[in-house]
Design a protein around this ligand. Structure first.
Ligand SMILES: [Fe+2]
Ligand SMILES: [Fe+2]
Length: 450
C-alpha cells in the first residue's frame, strides 16, 4: 500500500467519473445534455488540478494554430469527417507536453471546434472527444513506434464503437462499414504522420519525447564513454537503474530519468583519470596527490561545464543537457574543501569557492538522478556492506542533500523521498547480495562466486 501514487489515482478517478457521468446522462436524457455534462466535468477537472503547473502558452498557441489549419484543410478539401486530425493532435499534445491535464482540455476543446467549424451535430463532439482522449491515454507512455501505431488502431476502433452507441439505429450497417474503414485509415495515417512531423515539433519546442529518448541509447557519446571512461560508464549505468526505478515508483518520467542518468557525467570523458570510479581501473592511482586541493577542485567541478559543452556539440536535447548542468546542484566538493582547509587554510576564503556553480535540480527527474548519484558513490565506498549499513548510508545521503537545500527547487515531496530511499535500498541490497562471495570448497575456487 506504500507505493500508491495519489495523483495517478485521482487522474483515473476523474476519467472514470467523467465517463460514467456522460454515459448515465447519455442514456437517461439526451445528447445535448450529455455534451453539457461533458463540459461541466472538464471544468470540474480543471478546477481540481489548477494548483499545478505553469503552462507554456507559446507552445499551446503554436499547436492551436496548427490544429486550426488542419481543421480548415478538412473543411476546404471536403474530406470525410472521420478523416479528422484529432488523433494526430492527441499524439502530438501528449508526447510534446507530457501532461494529461493540458492534453485533456486541449482535445476536448479542439473536438468542439472541429464539430463547430464543420457545422456537425453535437453528437459528433462526443465521438471525437472520446476517441481522441482514448488515443491520448493509449499513447501516454509510449516508448516505441509500434505502440503509437497500436494506439492509432485501438482508438479508431473505439471511435467506431462510440459512433454505434451514439447513432444506434439511425445508421445502416453499410454506413458503419464505411465509418470503420475511414476510422481505421485515419488511425493508421495519424500514427505514421506523427512520426514524420514529431522531430520537427521537438526541434521547434526544444523538447524530446519518450520515443526520441529511446534513440539516445545508442548515442556515439556513450560509446566514447565506454572506451575512455569505463568506470564512469559503469557508474552511470548503476545511477540509471536506481533513477529509473525510483522515478517509476513516484510517478515521474522513468525513461527520461534513465537517459538523463546515462549522460549526466559525460563531462568526465576528457579527464577521466581524475575521477575515483576510473582510478580503480588504471595502473596509476590518485592523480590528485600531485595537485593542490584548489586545482583538484577545479578539475572536478569542470566536468559539469565540459559535459554541457560536449552535449551542445553533439546536439543533445535541452532536456538532457539540464541533467548534466544540474546533477550536482550547488553541492560542496567536501573532500577537497577539507584538504584545502588542512593544507592551505590561508587560501580558503569561503565554502562557496568549493561548491558547484549549480543551478540546483529543477525537476523531479533531475532531483532523483542527483540523489541516485550521491547514493551510488556513498554505497560504493562502504567497506563491509550489510543491509543495515546500506539503509543507514542511503538515508543519511538523502537527508544531507535535503538539509543542504539541493532539492528545494524540485517538486519532490517528503513522501516521494521516503519512497525513493526505499527503492534505492532495495536495489542496492540486491546488487551487493549478488556480489557476496560463497565459501570455497576444499581449497578449489568456486567459479560461481564472482
Ligand atoms: Fe557528476
Ligand atoms: Fe555521477
Amino acid at each position: 500500500m506504500k507505493n500508491i501514487n495519489v495523483p495517478k489515482l485521482l487522474d483515473t478517478f476523474f476519467i472514470v467519473l467523467i465517463g460514467a457521468a456522460v454515459g448515465c446522462v447519455f442514456y437517461l436524457y439526451r445528447i445535448n445534455v450529455a455534451v453539457l455534462a461533458f463540459f461541466s466535468f472538464v471544468f470540474i477537472y480543471l478546477i481540481a488540478f489548477r494548483h499545478k503547473k505553469e503552462i507554456n502558452y507559446l507552445k499551446l498557441g503554436v499547436i492551436s494554430s496548427f490544429s486550426l489549419g488542419l481543421i480548415i484543410t478538412v473543411k476546404v478539401l471536403s474530406l470525410n469527417i472521420y478523416l479528422h486530425p484529432l488523433l494526430l493532435l492527441a499524439f502530438l499534445t501528449i508526447l510534446l507536453f507530457d501532461d494529461i491535464e493540458i492534453s485533456f482540455v486541449f482535445l476536448v476543446f479542439t473536438s468542439f471546434l472541429y464539430v463547430f467549424i464543420l457545422g456537425l451535430p453535437y453528437e459528433y463532439m462526443i465521438i471525437f472527444a472520446v476517441s481522441s482522449l482514448a488515443c491520448m491515454f493509449l499513447a501516454r507512455n509510449s516508448r516505441r513506434r509500434v505502440q503509437i501505431i497500436k494506439a492509432g488502431i485501438i482508438s479508431s476502433l473505439i471511435q467506431l464503437g462510440v459512433t454505434y452507441l451514439v447513432f444506434t439505429y439511425r445508421l445502416s450497417w453499410h454506413n458503419y462499414y464505411l465509418i470503420g474503414i475511414y476510422s481505421l485509415a485515419n488511425g493508421l495515417a495519424s500514427a505514421f504522420l506523427l512520426m514524420g512531423i514529431l522531430p520537427g515539433f521537438e526541434w521547434l519546442f526544444g523538447v524530446v519525447s519518450n520515443i526520441s529518448l529511446l534513440e539516445l541509447f545508442n548515442h556515439p557519446l556513450l560509446r566514447k564513454m565506454i572506451l575512455l571512461a569505463p568506470g564512469t560508464y559503469h557508474h552511470s549505468l548503476v545511477v540509471a537503474n536506481l533513477s529509473e526505478a525510483a522515478a517509476e515508483a513516484v510517478g515521474a518520467n522513468a525513461l527520461l530519468a534513465r537517459v538523463g542518468a546515462y549522460f549526466h557525467d559525460i563531462g568526465k570523458i576528457s579527464k577521466s583519470e581524475y575521477f575515483s570510479e576510473n582510478q580503480m581501473l588504471l595502473t596509476y592511482r590518485d592523480k590528485h596527490k600531485k595537485l593542490s586541493p584548489a586545482m583538484s577542485k577545479l578539475i572536478i567541478i569542470n566536468h559539469v561545464k565540459e559535459g554541457v559543452e560536449l552535449a551542445r556539440k553533439y546536439r543533445l536535447p535541452p532536456r538532457i543537457i539540464d541533467f548534466i548542468q544540474q546533477h550536482h546542484g550547488t553541492t560542496l566538493v567536501y573532500y577537497f574543501y577539507q584538504r584545502a582547509k588542512e593544507k592551505t587554510p590561508q587560501e580558503v576564503k569561503s565554502e562557496e569557492e568549493y561548491r558547484y556553480p549549480g543551478p540546483k535540480p529543477q525537476t523531479r527527474e533531475i532531483g532523483i538522478v542527483h540523489l541516485a548519484d550521491t547514493v551510488e558513490a556513498s554505497c560504493r565506498s562502504i567497506s563491509e556492506p550489510s543491509p543495515g549499513r546500506i539503509r543507514e548510508v542511503v538515508k543519511e545521503s538523502i537527508a544531507k542533500r535535503l538539509l543542504d537545500g539541493q532539492l528545494d527547487e524540485t517538486a519532490l515531496t517528503l513522501n516521494d523521498l521516503h519512497i525513493i530511499s526505499e527503492v534505492f535500498i532495495r536495489i542496492i541490497n540486491a546488487t551487493f547480495h549478488a556480489r557476496i562471495e560463497y565459501p570455497r570448497s576444499h581449497g578449489k575456487e568456486n567459479i560461481y562466486s564472482r
